[in-house]
Design a protein around this ligand. Structure first.
Ligand code: KG4
Ligand code: ZN
Length: 339
């Protein structure tokens, strides 16, 4: 059984084919970052138009190379409405023309299930930390389609905070990886930045106060102090990582699970990987990260999530895209789970 996956929720056009027993047999990913860079963020209308230009030839190539699939899975939300509509319309149209099911996949579920593609894949249940440019949340994944939100950001996403702080430091968009690189040259202890919400119970996050604290510190930097930017980058990264590690620790403690999977673009951050591995190790738990190219948005995670749902008996539902779509609203392919 082969499932073709389509991802167009933001600024990446992704197409991939997942096959039983073989895993990902075809993948193409096109990033629009260069188109959005001059605006310092993703411009929705530019994103939709570029998906329109790129997607159909990518799907044609996948079909030519891998043959007819048994189903098409497309990202139906959350994400940018116009961008989602491109993938959903094309996916639903191809599926209708070929008389095969079209599956509407939740982008966040795609991220959370991505580590299950690895050779040493964890089993349910586990805790997932999803950290990207658009989302920051801790989720208890009990079974396919059975997710409980443990905490989420009350304002900015972690990746967004990285990007905004990087921009204060004069780094190009998207600045997360650049800020992280600069931080490796920084020295610890020079700047004291807050750890928002760590003094309060629960697993919610807040990053806007930290970003503002970084803004004030950046305004006072002495231009002649060549290490100051690197020191501030390091202080910022350490603050974000401390908060993510502490809230993840609480999520493991609250659920009693011993596997933490980490997904989303920020999961590529080296300091975060080390801190989460340390935290999990100290509890006798495991922190699992998908391969770096599976951390960021891609078609493979959507093809894979579609394949899992189809294999579990999912029937195609109505084709509807949603800018907002919480993991709490998902159900298992065989209907709501009664616990
Ligand atoms: O998952 P993703 O590709 O797209 C979204 O769905 O948002 O995540 C992109 C985000 C950006 O904010 C980017 O700056 C951040 O992930 N990011 C990083 C690193 N690599 C990517 N943040 C910190 N350190 C990194 N190494
Ligand atoms: Zn994403």
């Amino acid at each position: 059984m082969k499932v073709l996956g389509i991802e167009t929720s933001c600024d990446e056009t992704g197409v991939a084919v997942y096959e039983d027993g073989a895993g990902i047999v075809w993948e193409e990913l096109y990033s629009q970052i260069a188109l959005h860079r001059e605006y310092g963020g993703v411009v929705p209308e530019i994103a939709s138009r570029d998906h329109v230009r790129r997607l159909a030839p990518m799907v044609e190539r996948a079909l030519t190379e891998t043959g007819p699939p048994e189903a098409i899975a497309y990202t139906a939300g959350p994400g940018l409405m116009g961008a989602l509509l491109v993938g959903a319309s094309l996916g639903a149209a191809y599926a209708a023309a070929r008389g095969i099911p079209a599956l509407a996949i939740n982008h966040l579920e795609g991220h959370i299930l991505a580590p299950l593609m690895s050779a040493d894949a964890p089993q349910f249940p586990f805790v997932a930390l999803l950290v990207s440019g658009g989302h920051t949340m801790l989720v208890e994944a009990r079974a396919l389609g059975d997710y409980r939100l443990l905490g989420t950001t009350l304002d900015d996403a972690a990746g967004e905070a990285f990007d905004k702080t990087a921009s204060l430091l004069g780094l190009p968009y998207p600045g997360g990886p650049e800020l992280s690189r600069l931080a490796t040259e920084g020295r610890p202890g020079r700047f004291e930045l807050p750890r928002p919400l760590v003094d309060r119970p629960g697993c919610d996050f807040s990053f806007s106060g930290l970003k503002t604290a970084a803004l004030y510190a950046a305004r006072d930097l002495d231009d002649t102090d060549v290490l100051a930017r690197a020191d501030l980058a390091r202080a910022f990264e350490e603050a974000v990582v401390d908060v993510l590690a502490e809230k993840s620790r609480r999520a493991l403690e609250a659920t009693g699970h011993d596997v933490l999977i980490v997904a989303g673009g920020v999961a590529a951050n080296r300091r975060l990987r080390e801190a989460l591995q340390r935290m999990a190790g100290a509890r006798g738990a495991r922190a699992i990260f998908p391969a770096p190219d599976l951390c960021t948005d891609n078609g493979a995670m959507i093809a894979h999530a579609g394949w899992r749902r189809l294999a579990a008996g999912e029937q195609p539902g109505e084709s509807r895209v949603r800018a907002r779509w919480s993991l709490d609203e998902l159900t298992s392919p065989r209907g709501p789970i009664v616990v």
